[in-house]
Design a binder for this molecule. Structure first.
Ligand code: NAD
Length: 421
């Protein structure tokens, strides 16, 4: 049993990547701590007239390569440690994709499902009031994450505009299209992962039609199911926080999404889809060629990694596979396409949104898809080649790729040998 924190465990990946590169110790010293994390309490008026206070954070992990970028999560179990770890991952994700950003993240400890719509709006605006001097289009640019959405981003952008007396859509991404959002942002995370798998299909042993199991059926999971099904693949199992369903012959994705959109759980849809209900944690071990964790962190662990039957794991969620599970999967020959590459489509189209906001000229969907595809394929191929050349996992390769870019930027300010010599 280890009492290492989530961030300590994430930093193992940094150390591993550093062992493959000739980098100055300054780089590690800079990247092993978050630059700044602000904690506050958001005090809002509830609909019943009472006041309630919610813990909230914003972390700017590292901004060497540009303004920090990262989502805001509303979740009852959010912690400062989780926020800092997610911000660390964002630093590496932006570097993998060569986006001109550092990494950031924010959260409010709240179960948004217990709030009314007006309370949710007040909480979202309170977040922006608290962090109006932390964020900014050249400083720190939030976006949606778990249990936050385009409307919440729109409220936050509006609050920022009211505070600053300007209209600055580039302060936040993932906004509604009518408020300066980008076309293609809604399915970008899933689409990026989908382009990556398609590009490497041959190498992954997934050429032709394959079967897919998806853990978590929210934004990332639903869009992945839609894209894969439309491309001729069978979605055999899906889960949400309440349970999982399994149908070896394939699930009807259109009806599944319609049911979820109507507010039903996946298990409530089992009968009409001819599927079997299985415990949520058994989804990891169902027979499928591709396993797509698209829920939360640390879902594939030492305890269940040996049950994985898929030959490839596509991490649409952030941090779904623990370091111990990574080892078990690798020993069993399972290829893990790591989060910092696999789910980078979301931040990439967020970057496109920020670029369009700043230039005041908007691209059509075709252009966005073409640019996303090109970037996913370019960086995906580069990472794959590093993995092959150095005989390391794809995750280690992605960290090596990112750390190479981060260290070049950090070292450009001068290193110890430069100053001491
Ligand atoms: P979401 O809130 O839309 O969906 C999350 C889903 O996970 C929900 O269906 C929920 O029921 C399910 N879930 C929660 N606990 C579960 C459990 N124990 N077992 C099975 N399912 C469970 O969130 P999202 O935006 O789809 O994000 C999902 C993951 O993808 C997160 O890790 C997030 O950080 C990551 N991600 C999302 C984006 C994006 O653009 N949306 C970008 C990058 C990474």
């Amino acid at each position: 049993m280890t009492d290492d924190s989530l961030l300590d465990r994430a930093l193992v990946r940094l150390e591993e990547a550093a062992s493959h590169l000739q980098i100055d110790q300054d780089v590690i010293e800079k990247l092993k701590y978050p630059r700044e994390t602000t904690k506050t309490r958001l005090l809002i008026r509830m609909d019943d007239g009472s006041r309630k206070s919610f813990l909230a954070w914003r972390c700017r992990y590292d901004d060497t390569r540009g303004p920090t970028k990262g989502g805001i999560r509303f979740h009852p179990e959010s912690t400062i440690e989780e926020v800092e770890t997610l911000a660390f991952w964002m630093t590496f994700k932006c570097a993998v994709m060569n986006l001109p950003y550092g990494g950031g993240k924010g959260a409010v400890r709240v179960d948004p499902h217990t709030l009314s719509k007006t309370e949710l709006e007040r909480l979202s605006r309170a977040y922006m009031q608290a962090f109006a001097t932390t964020v900014g289009p050249d400083r720190d640019i939030p976006a949606p994450d778990v249990y936050t959405n385009a409307m919440i981003m729109g409220w936050m952008a509006d609050e920022y505009n009211q505070i600053t007396g300007s209209v600055t859509p580039a302060v936040i991404t993932g906004k509604p299209i009518a408020l300066g959002g980008s076309l293609g942002r809604n399915d970008a995370t899933a689409r990026g992962g989908f382009y990556l798998v398609r590009h490497l299909a041959e190498e992954l042993g997934l050429a032709g039609s394959h079967t897919v199991a998806i853990q978590g059926f929210g934004n990332a999971g639903q869009f992945y199911a839609q894209l894969a099904a439309a491309d001729g693949h069978r979605i055999v199992a899906v889960s949400d926080s309440t349970g999982a369903i399994y149908r070896p012959g394939g699930l009807d994705v259109t009806r599944l999404i319609a049911g979820k959109t109507a507010g039903r759980r996946v298990t409530e849809l089992a009968a009409e889809l001819g599927a079997t209900i299985i415990p949520a944690d058994e989804l990891i071990g169902v027979e499928a060629d591709l396993l797509v964790p698209a829920a939360l962190e640390e879902m594939i662990t030492q305890a269940n990694a040996a049950t994985v039957k898929a030959r490839v794991v596509l991490e649409l969620a952030n941090g779904p596979v623990t370091a111990e599970a990574d080892k078990i999967l690798s020993e069993r020959g399972v290829i893990v396409l790591p989060d910092i590459l696999a789910n980078a489509g979301g931040v990439t189209v967020s970057y496109f949104e920020w670029v369009q906001n700043r230039q005041g000229f908007y691209w059509d969907l075709e252009e966005i898809h073409a640019r996303l595809k090109k970037m996913m394929e370019r960086e995906g191929r580069a990472v794959w080649d590093i993995a092959k050349d150095r005989s390391v996992s794809v995750r280690a390769a992605a960290y090596i790729h990112a750390l190479g870019r981060l260290s070049t930027a950090i070292e450009a300010h001068g290193t110890q040998p430069f100053f001491a010599g």
